[in-house]
Design a protein around this ligand. Structure first.
Ligand code: MF3
Ligand code: CO
Ligand code: CO
Length: 259
């Protein structure tokens, strides 16, 4: 069941989203060779709690940490560890969900560790462009499949892989609500988008095959060919007219539309 939010509820989600933006920006500034993913986890956990919010990934389906920190061929759900020290040339995706006053926000950023290859720069850029391509389809009257097919076509026509085992999702009081928002699919299909729907658009794009598997830790998803992957996510609300508002950007996305 898709839960439409009213203006008051959207305002609460906006507050959660803007806090999450600040946390992610702060973390991005801390990422450098030599820091461990446990360090990043601790900084995030402390900052979230200091602002009266809850890191809702901690304990979600038994997940053991407050953030997901996925390096290179790790697509999503990398578990922070004091044994994982970031190295120059890697890319790190930081996927965070928090709740503030009972309302969730979910966003992910992939950042370079020091200097990275042109190939990894291109992968990060194309993944963000995939998001914006889907974002422009997330308008009143369109369908979920319009987002999905736009993302898929953008990535695949440029030779990139689109991960299928995981999808975007609705969000609200719960981290994961209906509908599912796949990054692949058919235009004109799926649930219709209506004002007040709050969804996470989160392309997971690979430099090689789209096929992935789970590691023995029961969480970390890696690419089968061990080519790098990138992930970019925002929480958005469908509006009456025009592009959605991005709840996890301070300006709602205005002036940030790259395409
Ligand atoms: N933030 C993730 C998402 O985009 C969910 C993380 S799974 C968890 O849906 F187990 F870490 F919570
Ligand atoms: Co997320
Ligand atoms: Co999400």
């Amino acid at each position: 069941m898709i839960i439409i939010k009213n203006l008051e509820q959207i305002a609460l989600m906006r507050s959660a989203g803007h806090l999450l933006y600040d946390v992610l920006q702060y973390l991005a500034g801390q990422v450098r060779p030599g820091i461990t993913t446990e360090d990043v986890n601790r900084i995030a956990d402390e900052m979230i709690r200091k602002h009266g919010a809850i890191p809702t990934e901690l304990g979600y389906a038994g997940y053991p940490k407050s953030i997901c920190a996925s390096i290179d061929d790790e697509v999503v759900h990398g578990i922070p560890s004091p044994n994982v020290r970031l190295e120059e040339g890697q890319i790190l995706s930081m996927d965070l969900t928090l709740s503030l006053n009972g309302w969730q926000a979910d966003s992910c950023l992939t950042v370079p560790v020091g200097e990275i290859s042109q190939k990894k720069k291109d992968l990060i850029r194309v993944t963000e462009e995939c998001f914006w391509t889907g974002y422009h389809q997330a308008v009143n009257g369109n369908r979920i499949g319009d987002i999905s097919s736009a993302v898929q076509r953008y990535a695949e026509s440029r030779g990139y892989g689109v991960v299928r085992d995981l999808t975007g999702h609705g969000i609200g009081r719960e981290m994961h609500e209906d509908p599912s928002v796949p990054n692949f699919g058919t235009a004109g299909h799926g649930p219709r988008l209506r004002p007040g729907m709050t969804i996470c658009i989160e392309p997971m794009i690979t430099a090689g095959t789209w096929k992935v598997h789970e590691l023995a830790d029961g969480w970390t998803i890696v690419t089968n060919d061990h080519q790098p992957a990138s992930h970019y996510e925002h929480t958005v609300v469908i509006t009456k007219e025009g592009d959605p508002e991005i709840l996890t950007l301070p300006d709602g996305g205005k002036g940030r539309q790259l395409l």
